[in-house]
Design a protein around this ligand. Structure first.
Ligand SMILES: Nc1ncnc2c1ncn2[C@@H]1O[C@H](COP(=O)(O)OP(=O)(O)OP(=O)(O)O)[C@@H](O)[C@H]1O
Ligand SMILES: [Mg+2]
Length: 251
């Protein structure tokens, strides 16, 4: 495969800065994520969590600094970017499945169109992945016929079909009804246990405690604090993290 196993961090951000016009939305971000590491990113609304995710697969450009995936610096554009971008799987709050394609077709699309995988191989792999996320019985249905939790699990399968090196999740459960949240978190927890490198923006602190190696707290475009979950939740160092935790853990 394309994996080059450099031995260094899988994802590395060095001195990353981004502005939206006047707004300095990412400020001097340094973040290094090892293979198999699960990093949960938390912080108040507007602190830059989604923007951070979007810069990692270059849905957003950066003005200053460097981002590399598996030792290779993300280029601005071109073929190389398309390849490196497909190393990064992304799952959003809204599932964004293609409404007029079946569940199976949704999962096969990336591999057949981008990777030029044969239909037969793509279908075999898609069925395995649908099995893995627990929706294989829905393969021939259309997205609208599935619950939100099922659709989000399909979105995870679709991202995995590209064999990404790292998976980014941006609030994957926040659009779901409460009873569907756990079925998605369970899939993510098993992915984490199987060694997938993951960056997860979430308010689900149970997931953070259970699955994260590290919690990164952002505020005002900066990483204010980063620690293992046990340390972070029991003994946050900064006033801002303490304040944030008291708000989200109280209800
Ligand atoms: N495309 C854009 N153009 C201009 N400003 C933007 C754009 N996207 C985000 N912003 C601003 O950048 C800041 C960070 O936004 P971002 O979406 O990264 O925050 P967030 O931490 O993900 O917040 P939330 O918890 O609400 O999802 C916010 O002030 C937001 O209004
Ligand atoms: Mg966001």
């Amino acid at each position: 495969m394309t994996s080059q196993q450099t031995g260094g961090p899988l994802v590395q951000l060095t001195g990353v800065n981004k502005w939206f016009g006047e707004l300095h939305v990412l400020q001097d971000i340094d973040l290094s994520i090892d293979r198999g590491e699960v990093v949960v990113v938390i912080g108040p609304s507007g602190s830059g969590k989604s923007t951070l995710c979007r810069t990692i697969n270059r849905l957003e450009s950066i003005e200053k600094g460097e981002i590399s995936i598996d030792g290779q610096r993300l280029p601005e554009e071109g073929k190389q970017l398309a390849r490196l971008r497909s190393d990064v799987g992304m799952v959003f709050q809204s599932f964004n499945l293609f409404a007029h394609k079946t569940i199976l077709e949704n999962v096969m699309l990336g591999p057949t169109k981008v990777r030029r995988t044969s239909k037969a191989d793509a279908e075999k792999r898609a069925r395995e992945l649908l099995e893995r996320v627990g929706v294989s019985a829905q393969a021939d249905k259309y997205p609208a016929q599935l619950s939100g939790g099922q659709q989000q699990r399909v979105a995870i399968a679709r991202a995995l079909a590209m064999d990404p090196k790292v998976m980014l999740f941006d609030e994957p459960t926040s659009a779901l009804d409460p009873e569907m949240i756990n079925e998605v978190l369970d899939v993510m927890t098993s992915l984490a246990r199987e060694g997938m490198t993951m960056i997860v923006v979430t308010h689900e602190m149970g997931f953070a405690r259970r699955a994260a190696n590290r919690v990164v707290f952002m505020d005002g475009g900066r990483i204010v604090e980063a620690a293992d979950p046990q340390t972070f939740f029991t003994n946050p160092r900064s006033e801002r993290a303490r304040d944030f935790l008291s708000k989200i853990l109280d209800h």
